[in-house]
Design a binder for this molecule. Structure first.
Ligand code: SF4
Length: 373
């Protein structure tokens, strides 16, 4: 990661983890923090699941997880994997056979807890299937489903119990000489999750999958995830993230990216800086930003745009953005390009005009990047 020597307070020092491959996506080490989501269609409805995987990938998901609760789902998984633009993680609980079937169907990763799938022989079979099919494993510890003996030992779900569970599962994989794994220790409680992840980060060099489980709806879940994942990422912990929301998977991807963008850990698309608006606004800021967010969804090039209601903060924000618009008086405002006041534009035409300016700037940035490569 490149460090900012001019503004050292922006630097995040990432924990050094081992790198593994999930299909063609590197996870851990100095790889970009991968964004994941999970489909909520019936896996047996391959067409609906493929559509959801594609929409999530279009929104920027690097990996998509799909539940495999039964044999019919494992069968459908094959088709889903074939049509998916991104590696598929198969979510397996308890049934070791589903794990084997999912690996055979081409899953790039199995989310499975080796300690929960039966006796030693079954564990060995699943690990062999994963190895034979180039499939990694995610150990997914969840505070809500800890092993009985750990609940008895600790009295209730707690960070120590979660980490112990994770390390027990790691040991099983290591004993089978299997090392292509990552691990998560999720809880719906932000404090428990954060404490568990911090302890886990000390205890292993495996890549870490971050998530606050069952976080809630779009607004409450976003806030919980931003606090929980945000502070861990800020500490340098986390190699892949999933924001769990009771919402469309595309929303999970968008929120995941926004968290990473806020911390400067990943950049994708237009980062819009806008003011909340007030009586001073020279145009309808809220409506304009809503429209621009939709009209600029197709831009994947990382860049910034400031949309500010008046000159109180407009010129200052525009200084630090690629394209800017600041409301003025008499139905028009000022367009800023690369931080400098460029030309006036009427409020009526400004949305179309800003979209054009952003597209132009994106093309310019892409050309510069291509030339440098
Ligand atoms: S920038 Fe201007 S319009 Fe926007 S909130 Fe501040 S004072 Fe109000």
């Amino acid at each position: 990661m490149s460090l900012n020597h001019v503004r050292p307070w922006r630097n995040i020092y990432r924990r050094k983890s081992r790198q593994i491959m999930v299909g063609n996506v590197p996870v851990g080490g100095d790889a970009p923090i991968a964004v994941q989501t999970m489909t909520n269609t019936l896996t047996t409805d391959a067409a609906a699941t493929i559509a959801q995987v594609q929409a999530a990938a279009e929104a920027g998901a690097d990996l998509v997880r799909v539940s495999v609760p039964d044999q019919a789902s494992a069968k459908a998984l094959k088709e889903i994997v074939r049509e998916s633009p991104v590696p598929i993680v198969a979510d397996i609980h308890f049934h070791y056979k589903r794990g084997i079937e999912a690996a055979e169907a081409g899953a790039a990763c199995l989310r499975i807890n080796p300690g929960n799938i039966g006796d030693e022989k079954r564990v060995a079979e699943v690990i062999k299937a994963a190895r034979d099919h180039n499939c990694s494993i995610r150990i997914g510890v969840n505070a809500g489903s800890l092993e009985k003996h750990l609940l008895e030992k600790y009295g209730e779900p707690c960070p120590d119990a979660m980490v112990e569970s994770g390390l027990d599962h790691i040991k099983i994989l290591q004993d089978h000489d299997f090392h292509e794994f990552k691990i998560s220790v999720k809880a719906s409680d932000v404090f428990m999750s954060a404490a568990a992840y911090q302890a886990l980060a000390e205890a292993t060099d495996a890549p870490i999958h971050l998530g606050i489980t069952e976080a809630g709806g779009l607004v409450s879940g976003t806030i919980k995830s931003a606090i929980g994942l945000g502070q861990l990422l800020w500490m340098g912990i986390g190699d892949t993230i999933r924001v769990s929301l009771s919402a469309d998977p595309v929303e999970e991807v968008k929120v995941g990216y926004e968290i990473l963008k806020s911390l400067g850990l990943r950049h994708r698309g237009v980062n819009i800086i806008s003011c909340p608006s007030c009586a001073r606004q020279g145009f309808d800021v809220i409506k304009t930003v809503e429209t621009l967010e939709k009209r600029l969804e197709h831009i994947k090039t990382p860049m910034s745009l400031s949309i500010i209601g008046c000159v109180v903060n407009g010129p200052g924000e525009a200084l630090m953005t690629d394209v800017g618009f600041t409301g003025g008086g008499a139905g028009s405002g000022m367009v800023y390009l690369a931080g400098k006041a460029s030309h006036k534009m009427s409020n009526e035409q400004m949305v179309d005009h800003i979209v054009e300016e952003v597209e132009k700037k994106a093309a310019e940035l892409n050309a510069t990047k291509d030339a440098a490569e």
